[in-house]
Design a protein around this ligand. Sequence first.
Ligand code: NAD
Length: 360
Amino acid sequence: MAQHTITLIPGDGVGPELSEAARRVIDATGVDIKWEVVDAGLGVMEEYGDPLPAHVLDSIRRNKVAIKGPLTTPVGKGIRSVNVALRRELDLYALVRPTKSYPGVRSRYENVDLVIVRENTEDLYAGIEFAQPATLELIADIERLGGRAIRADSGITIKPISVFGTQRVFRFAFKWAIDNGRHKVTAVHKANIMKYTDGLWLRVAQEVSREFPQIEFEDRIVDNMCMQLVQKPELYDVMVMPNLYGDILSDLCAGLTGGLGLAPGANTGDEIAVFEATHGSAPKYTGLNKANPMAMMLSGVLMLRHIGEGAAGDRLEKAIARVIADGRSVTYDMKPERDDPTAVGTSQVADAVIEVLAAS
Ligand code: NAD
């Protein structure tokens, strides 16, 4: 059996505990993985002066596959998100976030099986921002170019959406749909209002859809999409959206099926993929052995499939589903009451998954 070398970034906050739990269950599938553990985030700022040191990026570039815990972005202190930087540096342009109902999860919905493909490099998340009051020159230029008047005391964030970026994320999504037995792609946008960005997105999506006639294609305006997802999520399959809508709707979809503790993700480029949960570093639970490791474990399932170990991925997903259905070894967030004394900790969830794997 081939050995895989994979970069592991433990992360900030609850990240190290979740990473340890995920690593243990992935190892218990029997897949031969050599973990290259490298630190990024707040913890290395002092040592390297950079939350994303070069050797971390080098490790991912070398191994082509990484799994990471969440990384903290301090609010409003001028530090840009390490997560956004990582996606940009490695050109991980498609973020795949599946949402699935597992029997035993408390939810108003059953049989949800959705996938968001979020464009990961452009849109309002491209990081092109101009702070007030240094925006006066830009405001004057925009007015000169025929744009509308902008109040002089405005801050400005630019929303670029390119033909290139839109084409490649839709091609990725259609291919992903075919490879994963999906039948429909929905393009999500606000083309009626933002004609030159979301309008371009929709036009390119329609063009790309003609290259994949075997997959049904439709589009939805993002506000309508939100209502539709809450009312009838079973109508949707793979949804492709620009960065900001993808960020927001990922949490909405997670909420349909048990919350952030169960929402995995895969940041994917042409050659490199970095797997991570949708949730953040949940700082208030750091070191308490309390956070739910299942989102990171399910990210591990996506990773195993990505490296050609699909059978091991399926076994791990089934084992997690068994632990959920059994209901005894789950964390506080999966209990009817948040202070349920029968909730177990992060590492006990890993123990339970490993026990099921060993018996399967
Ligand atoms: P968060 O996802 O960390 O927390 C939101 C809520 O969900 C909190 O109540 C938290 O306790 C709970 N929660 C999150 N993960 C959980 C888990 N595994 N089990 C149980 N409960 C869980 O979001 P936030 O508080 O907005 O962000 C905290 C930090 O994480 C910020 O610095 C943010 O920038 C960062 N963040 C990182 C990533 C990433 O690494 N990709 C993603 C989102 C947020």
